[in-house]
Ligand binder design. Structure first.
Ligand code: 5GP
Length: 189
């Protein structure tokens, strides 16, 4: 029997909505899913690991990858560049793995144009002041960065209409169950 290709999923949403934690728990609890590790020029945070959270590269390295056409998509977010390796995604999908991209709304639109059968999930909160509290509590961004991220967040809310499904993360356990169900229902078979 030939191996079925894995499905591609996008997860986007405002900073502070809890995307990364939800994805981490889904990956631990579901079989057949893998998260794409993006390339970024953003400085590494104290709680991050090279190769696990991101591949941290210089601007010159990132631009070289753009020139070599190595990105499925890339975008600038809050002054830094972020991109998805086309090879990683293709390779994993050919192995039958469902691939999750945790990317911003501009990158998501690029992927949708190239891969129309991508399943797009938007994770949000009912109120962005909750995102502010979470960003402040997380302690990974300074005040200026938090302000920038919240300004981007309200812009990002306007992109909700492009997504197949919206998950509101006001209650973590409910949101996790919801996300697991959506991923299982739409994965490649
Ligand atoms: P953070 O700096 O908080 O890790 O990520 C900032 C934003 O960049 C988030 O919205 C995240 O989803 C997005 N992001 C992370 N990796 C990529 C990527 O490869 N491409 C794009 N377009 N956005 C990304």
């Amino acid at each position: 029997m030939t191996q079925k290709k894995g499905r591609l999923f996008i997860i986007s949403g405002p900073s502070g909505a809890g995307k990364s934690t939800l994805i981490k728990d889904c990956l631990q609890q579901l079989q057949g899913f893998v998260k794409s590790v993006s390339y970024t020029t953003r400085p590494i945070r104290h709680n991050e690991k090279e190769g696990k959270n991101y591949r941290f590269v210089t601007k010159a390295q990132f631009k070289d990858m753009i020139d070599r056409n190595q990105f499925l998509e890339w975008a600038s977010y809050s002054g830094h560049l972020y991109g998805t390796s086309a090879d990683f995604v293709n390779h994993k999908r050919m192995q039958g793995q469902n691939v999750i991209l945790e990317i911003d709304v501009k990158g998501a639109i690029q992927v949708k144009e190239k891969t129309p059968d991508v399943y797009m999930i938007f994770i949000t909160l009912t109120c962005l002041s909750e995102a502010k509290q979470r960003l402040m509590g997380r302690g990974t961004d300074d005040e200026k960065q938090i302000k920038k991220r919240l300004a981007i967040a309200s812009e990002e809310m306007g992109y909700k209409k492009y997504y197949d499904c919206i998950i509101v993360n006001n209650n973590y356990n409910e949101a996790l169950l919801n996300l697991k169900n959506v991923l299982n229902r739409h994965k490649g078979r």
